[in-house]
Write a protein that binds this ligand. Structure first.
Ligand SMILES: [Zn+2]
Length: 411
């Protein structure tokens, strides 16, 4: 067996294709693998499948996986066939080692897709010595192909969350299927038009807006308006995750303000107030306890409001929850802290939506988990310049997409 044949086997190149020659350049760090088809080969017409003779060929090159430090390239002349059926005309055939239109082999792309779940794209780009824009094109092509096969006909419970692309930059809204615990759709913006775009994507995938019975959202007016207009049968729930996030933000503001007054006690203490009390280590609990005699009253008060609000969610029924929320509201509204009063007002304005959590028990807990996956991808990437890239990455991480063979088929 010739080394060329060995290479052909290793690459999975089968008849009528064969490896003709391999050249190796130490100076340019390149390995070039020349592939050709056997003389006289007829290929199936890409339109109708009839075996057709070759009309002409074009030279093409595909980047392959590196062999150690050497960049490897596959090179071949790709035939266009002329179909006996004159309606089909002259068409380029697809090659078995690459997606049509791609400058990379399927193996190279598979490696990129695997790495992209855990590594920032710019790091992969450096490792593989490829421009990151080209990598984003690969990832987007696979994600789009996989999404085009998605079936949303059973979707009835949704959750919506928004996040910034980079700190202080544009926003992206994500729509989740709460039953299947996966990302359905991401779109730029956080206004009510995002709901229209979701509805049209839902319909593209066989879903029906009338079938949406429950929507868990944060208290944004835009989302409320969009849902009332576009999802007529959806009961709105302001979910626990978003309410506690809002309460934590209020607490953080109180603490940050007071930290200026008592830096010795409150400096770098933000995490103490965010932790669940049962998770506090003894020394952390001690530190929190020491804040009371040290007159960090405001932070402690805000912290107690937060714990009491969390406690509402331990209620076993809507009735019990209503009682607990009333108690919470009574204390919060009479607080001397303006930020807490504001929080009380927000809760009052969204009263029914908060309590409907206890009717339908939407399982939104996983939203927090998915959100943190997306946030850590964002942190690894140091934010995204392009909102569309962030959405693509979120589909890859949280879309539970299936990347089957169909995704590779020429389009
Ligand atoms: Zn044909």
């Amino acid at each position: 067996m010739q080394p060329e044949q060995l290479f052909g086997m290793a690459l999975g190149i089968v008849s009528p294709w064969e490896v003709k020659e391999i050249t190796f350049s130490k100076e340019s760090n390149r390995l070039d693998i020349y592939i050709d088809f056997q003389k006289g080969t007829q290929f199936p017409c890409p339109v109708c499948g009839k075996l057709s003779p070759v009309h002409d060929t074009t030279e093409k090159e595909w980047r392959h996986l590196n062999f150690f430090q050497y960049e490897a390239y596959l090179k071949a002349r790709v035939p266009r066939v002329i179909c006996p059926d004159s309606d089909c005309g002259v068409k380029q055939v697809s090659v078995p080692w690459a997606r049509s239109g791609s400058g990379f082999t399927l193996l190279f792309e598979a490696l990129v897709m695997t790495m992209a779940r855990d590594m920032p794209v710019n790091v992969i780009a450096r490792l593989l010595t490829v421009n990151d824009k080209r990598l984003w094109r690969i990832i987007t092509a696979y994600v789009d192909a996989a999404r085009s096969q998605e079936d949303f006909s059973q979707v009835s419970h949704i959750g919506i969350d928004e996040t910034s692309v980079r700190k202080g930059h544009k926003y992206v809204s994500f729509f989740f299927d709460l039953a299947r615990r996966k990302l359905l759709f991401g779109t730029e913006g956080k206004d009510h038009a995002t709901i229209s775009r979701f509805v049209s994507d839902l319909q593209t995938h066989g879903g029906k807006p009338e079938q949406i019975t429950d929507a868990a959202i944060d208290m944004s007016k835009a989302f409320i308006k969009g849902i009332q207009e576009q999802l007529p049968n959806a009961v709105i729930t302001f979910d626990k995750f978003h309410l506690i996030k809002l309460m934590n933000d209020a607490l953080a503001k109180v603490r940050a303000e007071e930290a200026r007054e008592f830096p010795e006690f409150l400096k770098k203490s933000r995490y103490l107030f965010l932790k669940n009390p049962e998770d506090l280590r003894p020394e952390e609990q001690e530190r929190l306890d020491s804040m009371i005699p040290s007159q960090c009253y405001k932070s402690i008060e805000a912290y107690i409001h937060k714990l009491n609000l969390q406690n509402v969610y331990f209620a076993q029924s809507r009735e019990e929850a209503t009682g607990l929320l009333h108690q919470w509201h009574k204390r919060a509204v009479s607080s001397a802290l303006a930020i807490i009063q504001k929080m009380a007002k927000t809760v009052k304005e969204h009263w029914d939506g908060i309590l409907s959590h206890f009717d339908n028990r939407l399982t939104t807990g996983f939203l927090e988990g998915i959100n943190s996956l997306i946030q850590s991808a964002k942190a690894r990437a140091r934010g995204y310049r392009n909102p569309q890239n962030m959405i693509t990455m979120a589909y890859l991480i949280a879309g539970k997409l299936s990347f089957n063979r169909k995704c590779h088929q020429p389009t």
